[in-house]
Design a protein around this ligand. Structure first.
Ligand SMILES: Nc1ncnc2c1ncn2[C@@H]1O[C@H](COP(=O)(O)OP(=O)(O)OP(=O)(O)O)[C@@H](O)[C@H]1O
Ligand SMILES: [Mg+2]
Length: 657
């Protein structure tokens, strides 16, 4: 049995409650302390606080050695410098050098003195070190505080000396911070400053380059333009430096001449305004003249992509997929066939489908070597015929007749388009496995390019490369007044434009040829022509669908195309408008020796030989307005023959004239 302990004095027990402890009486001083004292943080607060400190100290910890090292480094540098000076002093180096420079006896004497000095200094140094060590040990034992203070003083002196030895500011200029054109929000003034700075860095006299027209951004053309006034020439290497400085792409900066000799316009291309192919517009048949030039596509500048074709030989170079056939050739055929004064011949020995698509819009076709030979013969015959006409005009007495060159008043131009020209050029007269007949198509082409210009008989040659084997000879290349270059090899770009113009921005090798399903840069070209003198990119109209090409071809043929009139006599040239078909009929009769009658079948054959392919109905339709009608006659023992009479032809022409 447990006994209840006696209640302590001062504790009052109440029967109904647990025993309670009465608060002890506190002294006044203790109560005052307790009033001021704050409660100690509880355990959780303590842990949080400890964690905070631990984390922050841990963060700082890895840097501590670095901080120490940072402070030790100048002390070490100061000490090193002091030791180096001391060792130089001890070795009496200067005195030895002085002695070496002396002559004869003096040299020996001074050398000896220098050695003595060196020995003396060594002993002195040794003594000083011993004294210092002894003093240090004594102080360590007797006056550690003084030693510590002295050590701190020495360290501070070495630190100060070491910091003084730190190399000064970098003698090279800090890297130039230049804005990048392509960055958004760079003010134009800053880009201008950047261009001027770059030119100064490249050696232009400071202040010698002025801004003639401030920098502007052309949204449509995706270009920046600025005109600079400078007497010094802005060379391609300066343009490359500007590209690097402003962050433009390679060859994005072009240097264009202006009306004023000392002002140059710089154009910085930052985007591709030709990225989206443009559909080829329909130009009504006969609504244009070759004299105006043919617009083949779109341009990103104010110079249109319009090429002169009248008597101009053209070479078009682009690697495979560059867009020669479906972009350029298609635009050329479509554009030429809209003219009322062009007859088109087409040669493709590889027999690609493009020329076939255009049917009789191509009036003279050469899809194999033999037929190509005929087309070239036709061109040469036309040159010959025209030169006779020009001579006849030169001999006549009419002062108004212009005999110098062919013009649209005398008849249509004859343009022969040759796709894959290198295949044609391979037929150079040498008999081989492909040229079994020993055809010399190249020689005929050379003759055309040499003599065809002023008779408006010209060649347009499309090829993948520019080597002599591709064009057959240098003659073929040098006679071309227009060069169009699409995506190609760097070598070809060099051969076409030369290194200088490549540096000036003629860079077809940077264009990317198209691949199946992705046109990339197909159809984009650089152009050199009498009208194109700057390294701008142009893009041919988009090829469109095959169905559209066929539809246009049909329409052109329905609308009627001009024909080569092989026998238009010189004396009637400037006289009257004899309809070409009637003139051709007359020529056919004359060729045949002016027979009394000619059967329609024979007449159509003769017209076809002269390049005029017609049906009997179409022929009748063509000559009816001139009053010429077919007639019938009977040959003995056979069915009636339909044909035309020479007297009727003569009368029809007489009535017109
Ligand atoms: N109708 C079209 N629409 C859009 N892109 C086309 C069309 N036809 C062709 N292309 C693109 O154009 C590119 C160039 O084709 P094209 O046949 O004209 O080249 P090319 O220079 O004649 O090549 P090659 O020397 O091999 O004949 C093709 O790779 C294709 O990507
Ligand atoms: Mg092709």
């Amino acid at each position: 049995m447990t006994t209840q302990p006696e209640p302590a004095a001062g504790v009052v027990l109440r029967k109904d409650l647990q025993p309670a402890v009465e608060a002890p009486q506190l002294s006044r001083a203790r109560r005052a302390v307790l009033a001021v004292a704050r409660p100690l943080p509880n355990r959780q607060q303590l842990a949080a606080s400890a964690r905070w400190w631990a984390v922050h100290l841990l963060r700082v910890a890895p840097w501590l050695p670095l901080l120490v090292l940072r402070e030790l480094r100048p002390i070490g540098r100061g000490l090193g410098d002091l030791l180096h000076r001391w060792s130089t002093w001890v070795s009496a180096q200067d005195r030895h050098e002085y002695a070496k420079a002396a002559e004869g006896n003096l040299k020996a004497k001074q050398g000896l003195a220098a050695s003595k000095t060196q020995t003396a200094r060594r002993w002195l140094s040794l003594a000083a070190v011993l004294v210092a060590l002894t003093a240090g040990v004594w102080a360590w034992l007797r006056q550690p505080l003084t030693l510590a203070a002295a050590a701190i003083l020495v360290a501070a002196a070495l630190d100060w000396h070491g910091r003084r030895l730190l190399p000064g500011a970098d003698p090279l200029p800090a890297a130039v911070q230049v804005p990048r054109v392509l960055d958004d929000g760079v003010p134009l003034s800053q880009i201008t400053a950047s261009i001027l700075e770059t030119l100064e860095r490249e050696g232009f006299e400071p202040g010698s380059v002025g801004v003639a027209e401030p920098l502007v951004y052309d949204h449509d053309r995706h270009e920046y333009r600025i005109s600079l006034a400078t007497r010094d020439e802005i060379k391609p290497e300066h343009l490359r430096a500007i590209e690097r400085a402003v962050g433009a792409r390679d060859y994005a900066v072009r240097n264009l001449a202006t009306d004023t000799a000392t002002v140059r316009q710089l154009v910085i291309r930052v985007g591709d305004p030709l990225a989206t192919p443009v559909e080829r517009p329909w130009i009504p048949t006969g609504s244009r003249s070759i004299v105006e030039g043919i617009t083949l596509g779109v341009s990103a500048t104010e110079v249109p992509f319009t090429i002169p074709f009248a008597g101009v030989h053209i070479r078009i170079v682009a690697g495979t997929g560059g867009g020669k056939t479906s972009w350029l050739l298609r635009s050329i055929i479509d554009g030429l066939s809209a003219c009322h004064d062009v007859v088109i011949g087409g040669i493709d020995i590889t027999n690609g489908p493009e020329l076939t698509l255009w049917r009789d819009v191509i009036q003279y076709k050469g899809f194999d070597p033999a037929s190509a030979d005929k087309v070239l013969d036709k061109a040469l015959a036309e040159i010959d015929r025209r030169s006779k006409i020009l001579s006849a005009i030169a001999e006549d007495d009419d002062p108004d007749n212009d005999a110098a060159e062919w013009h649209s008043g005398l008849g249509p131009a004859f343009v022969v388009l040759v796709d894959e020209f290198s295949q044609l050029a391979a037929f150079d007269g040498r008999t081989g496995p492909t040229n079994t007949g020993g055809l010399n198509l190249l020689a005929k082409c050379e003759q055309i390019v040499r003599t065809g210009r002023k008779h408006w008989v010209s060649l347009v040659m499309l090829t993948q490369k520019t080597g002599n084997s591709d064009f057959g000879s240098t003659t073929m290349q040098t006679q071309c007044a227009v060069t169009i270059a699409g995506p190609c090899d760097q070598q070809d770009a060099n051969r076409i434009f030369g290194a200088d113009r490549r540096e000036a921005g003629y860079t077809p090798h940077l264009l990317r040829p198209g691949v199946e399903g992705d046109a990339r840069d197909a159809g984009k070209v650089f152009v050199e022509s009498p009208w194109h003198r700057t390294p701008d990119i142009y893009r041919a109209y988009a090829p469109g669908t095959t169905a559209e090409v066929k539809r246009r071809a049909r329409q052109r043929i329905e609308d009627g195309l001009p024909r080569l009139d092989s026998t238009l006599p010189a004396e009637v040239l400037d006289a009257v408008e004899v309809p070409p078909v009637l003139a051709a009929v007359e020529a056919a009769f004359r060729d045949a020796g002016c027979p009394e009658r000619m059967a329609t079948a024979e007449l159509l054959d003769r017209l076809a030989d002269a390049g005029l392919t017609l049906t009997s109905g179409k022929l009748a339709d063509e000559v009816r307005p001139a009053g010429l009608q077919p007639t019938r006659w009977h040959k003995a023992g056979s069915s009636p023959v339909r044909g035309y009479r020479w007297v009727d032809v003569e009368r029809a022409i007489r009535e017109i004239t």
